[in-house]
Write a protein that binds this ligand. Sequence first.
Ligand code: F0G
Length: 461
Amino acid sequence: MYKTIIEPFKIKMVEPIAVTNEEQRIEFLEAAHYNPFQLDADSVMIDFLTDSGTSAMSAEQWSGIMRGDEAYAGSRSWQRMEEVVKKLTGFEFVLPTHQGRAAERIIYSALGGEGKTFISNTHFDTTRANIEFTGSEAIDIPIPEGTQPQSLHPFKGNMDVTKLRSIIEERGGESIGAVILTVTNNSGGGQPVSMSNAKDIRSICDEFDILFLLDCCRVAENAYFIREREDGYSELSYKQIAEQMFRLTDGAVMSAKKDGLVNMGGFLALKNKELAVECTNVLIITEGFSTYGGLSGRDMEAIAIGLEEVFDEKYLEYRMKSTKYLGDGLEAMGVPLLLPVGGHAVYIDAARFYPQIPAHEYPGQALACQLYLKGGIRAVEIGSVMFGKYDEQGELIPSPMELVRLAIPRRVYTQSHIEYVLEVFRDLKNEKNEISGYKITEEPRFLRHFTAHFEPLKGRV
Ligand code: F0G
């Protein structure tokens, strides 16, 4: 076996990267109020902000786009997408949406409201926001290992089923809006969830008659880990594993911008007809008719193809090994990581990288800014900027972890881009003791990480 991971594709079309220098980037960052979300993409060299909607589509998908049927009702492209989603999920009712959070808004506004509780291994930020927006409470219960960056548990994305039971017993089954299993657990570090965990959740939900939903936007990547790490799955295809997981649940919410290998799209798929009818009404009022949601025909064609391609064995193996390659390289140079390396991203433990910066001075934000300044690399803070709350005295209640995520777009960067990122980290490591924190100077009420303004505490970077 050769060590080099070759990308299992050739490149037919290229997109130039504008190469910038540190002086220029100081200006760009200041203009962006030290928030990488506010940077122009053209001023970024390696964009690891997200793996969402940033995939390169295949020749097959681009051909599909030309075949897209733009009929308002009952288009051929919708029928293809519906068929692929039905086969994969096993659910009878499929609602197309323009992206994951549109599906979330529809389902959680139907299930939520004052007095309801939603329980998840970890709610993604848009999931939490959509739930809290209805007046409901969203509770995260990852297993204890899930919040310890050093624990090598093979399924750190699992939900704590003991806590699940006790919360349900305490609050009563009828007050639980749904149990949501996010695979892989994005906000918990892209960590996988085992099939046995999903089975345990199913039986608890059965016992208390609670709806069990899968946030399945990285379900193919999760299936890879199940085959690698869980007994009894080595003979199954990745797709068969994913199919099994869907069949343990009552419905799924998907942002197809991840494992759908497209730039836009999503869906809600449900088993229950009554709930599907209620959601379809909202879909038609707010997104579009039930056979396109917020999507054009060509988008739906590309999703139908992407959802097949993502289960290609060679693709998934390359994808997961190349993420691990970046993680292994960083680990070898002593950069503290959330371990084991997850599927779509490498998460750096910024609290340990910059031990001199306390949580309320946002070590993750400091690292995200340094990455941009040194290397033009854009990453996202997943720590107290994203998940911090204030107590009644206005003091920050920090997030359990201070992470920075390097999310890898699918089929976009080559190994030499990754080598460059590793080189930049060598520099960051050498200068790490000189770096100080940030303060927030402006922030909105919800999802503050997107638009908040920051200032370096020492006045300049
Ligand atoms: N659920 C999970 C687990 C996600 O990671 C995301 C998006 C969503 C739901 C919402 O989907 O963006 O299509 O509306 N995650 C992106 C990210 C934004 O960068 O991780 P969306």
